[in-house]
Design a protein around this ligand. Structure first.
Ligand SMILES: Cc1cc2nc3c(=O)[nH]c(=O)nc-3n(C[C@H](O)[C@H](O)[C@H](O)COP(=O)(O)OP(=O)(O)OC[C@H]3O[C@@H](n4cnc5c(N)ncnc54)[C@H](O)[C@@H]3O)c2cc1C
Length: 486
């Protein structure tokens, strides 16, 4: 079959794929109204970034149709891709199929080739960062996913129908929406706080920025900059400072060596994806702790992007012990050396903290975490692992004490915070589809169980005859009996 040579042709092929797959299926979740008459959504998905889109599609594939997907960002600016991500290309290889559920015409490659041809694909290399955002916008549009932009989830409360959620619209409107279930797809930093090493805390905002914030790189022209960390984000930000004309950029890392391998790349296979959540917590911890303590190699082109500049320096074994102001600049002291800079960029990542997002703060103390599961081991793991929630097989929060917060079963955590329970299926691109499928299937099952009486009654009421009573001789006993006249 010839490959489509335009987006229009690809979209026609994709529409046919979906038709052949009977998508969209019929919704089956009973309609409900709150006591005050408000319609109750089956699911509200908070976050319309990559994972919010993928899980919204996965829910529809399960026939869960009364959904709303909300994002506080403007349309086309969800997630990091065109906001604070500063790499030139994605870090993943371009052949990843990502969140497509086996639908070939929905892949990035199909989208790219339809516009640029197969020959261009062969020479593309890694996917340009902003192009990935363009693809996600197409994914959302072509699947007709119902994303409402400029809407922030502000608070969550238990309600007889499931949950009430307070929503703040960018035009100032406030709304309390009723839903049975809530999926939190609020991103890598959605249930986390930026790691700010103590020496830098007093200077945050003035002389120090975290990579996940707006940084005025033009203002760094002619300045001395320190980038803290050896991960991809630290180096991409160092590169941006150099490209903006910084005088000198010094990358400071605690470790004595530069990691060369990304162990996480080697764990994208069916056994790991599906087996991980079935392991006891000790094994899950061992696997993730190994990947992270081995440390992740920064991408090849990112390293070249920084150290191709003659005015870039790398200081290993250089934890910053103290920072102090000196003539309006920041003096950094490491065990061996001292450095005077105008600005520091922290590429120190995020630590999971369920109490960090406003909408979860009051619920966080009630949620079971890995501290409850494995915190009392003879050698307790690093505190950061203990902060990860211990979720159900369908990503629900679980109450710390039985009976103390049963409504938590209506909140599904679909962010990197799920990693200690589910593995890497709710963070990076490669297994996002598997994660979304797992969540959507589990959530559909949870909804079914919750309404089992109604579903049983629907079965009782189901009367779609296969036989009409005229197939066999008159007088044949039928069940149910054939009514006269049809
Ligand atoms: C700099 C960077 C580079 C990355 N590069 C790669 C890569 O190359 N390959 C790879 O596999 N992975 C990569 N990742 C990891 C991962 O793919 C991304 O983090 C991806 O964006 C995760 O998608 P998400 O939907 O979970 O989060 P996001 O894309 O961040 O989306 C979350 C959305 O939730 C919204 N939101 C948050 N709180 C609320 C609220 N209260 N109410 C309403 N909306 C809310 C936000 O506005 C945001 O749009 C990268 C991550 C970062 C940060």
């Amino acid at each position: 079959m010839p490959a489509p040579t335009s987006l229009q042709a690809l979209e026609a092929d994709l529409a046919r794929d979906l038709l052949l797959l009977n998508y969209p299926p019929k919704g089956w979740v009973p309609e409900a109204h709150a006591a005050d008459g408000r319609p109750v959504s089956d699911v509200i998905v908070a976050g319309g970034g990559m994972l919010g889109l993928v899980v919204s599609f996965a829910l529809r594939r399960q026939g869960v149709m009364r959904t709303r997907t909300l994002d506080q960002a403007e349309a086309g600016r969800e997630g990091p891709w065109v906001t604070y991500a500063r790499m030139n290309t994605l870090r993943s290889p371009n052949h990843l199929t990502g969140p497509v559920f086996g639908i070939a015409n929905l892949t990035f490659r199909a989208w790219y080739e339809a516009q640029h041809g197969a020959a261009a694909w062969e020479t593309l290399g890694k996917i340009p960062r902003a192009m990935w955002m363009d693809y996600l916008v197409w994914y959302r549009n072509v699947l007709d996913l119902p994303v409402e932009n400029g809407v922030r989830l502000a608070a969550i409360r238990p309600a007889p129908h499931g949950l009430d959620v307070d929503l703040e619209h960018s035009d100032g409107r406030k709304e309390t929406a009723a839903t049975r279930k809530l999926v939190l797809a609020t991103g890598r930093e959605g249930q986390a706080r930026p790691r700010i090493p103590a020496p830098f805390a007093p200077y945050l905002g003035s002389h120090v920025s975290h990579t996940a914030t707006d940084i005025d790189f033009a203002a760094l022209k002619g300045k001395d900059v320190a980038a803290i960390g050896l991960g991809a984000s630290a180096l991409d930000n160092a590169a941006c400072a150099l490209e903006a004309g910084a005088r000198q950029v010094t990358v400071l890392a605690r470790s004595p060596t530069v990691p060369r391998i990304n162990k996480a790349k080697g764990i994208v296979y069916g056994g790991f994806t599906h087996g991980f959540p079935t392991l006891p917590p000790e094994w899950r911890l061992k696997l993730l702790d190994y990947v992270s303590s081995y440390r992740v190699a920064p991408p090849h082109d990112t390293v070249l992007r920084v150290f191709g500049h003659a005015n870039a320096a790398l200081w290993l074994e250089s934890p910053v012990r103290s920072a102090r102001l000196e003539d309006g600049r920041l003096r950094l002291e490491t065990p061996e050396q001292s450095l005077l800079v105008d600005h520091v960029i922290l590429g120190t990542g995020f630590a999971i903290d369920l109490s960090a997002p406003a909408e979860l703060a009051e619920h966080a103390p009630l949620i079971r975490t890995h501290a409850d599961l494995i915190g009392d081991r003879a050698t307790p793991p690093q505190a950061e692992w203990l902060a990860f929630p211990a979720l159900s097989p369908s990503f629900q929060f679980v109450e710390r004490e039985a009976g103390s917060a049963p409504y938590l079963e209506n909140i599904y955590c679909f962010t990197y915070a799920a990693a200690m329970t589910h593995g890497n299926v709710s963070g990076d691109i490669p297994a996002a589809g598997e994660g979304a499928e797992r969540l959507a299937q589990g959530l559909a099952a949870d909804l079914f169980r919750a309404n089992i009486e109604q579903h049983f009654q629907a079965m009782v009421d189901f009367e779609d005859p296969e036989l009409f009573g005229d197939e066999l001789p008159e007088g044949t006993p039928w069940s149910p009996p054939v009514k006269s006249g049809g």
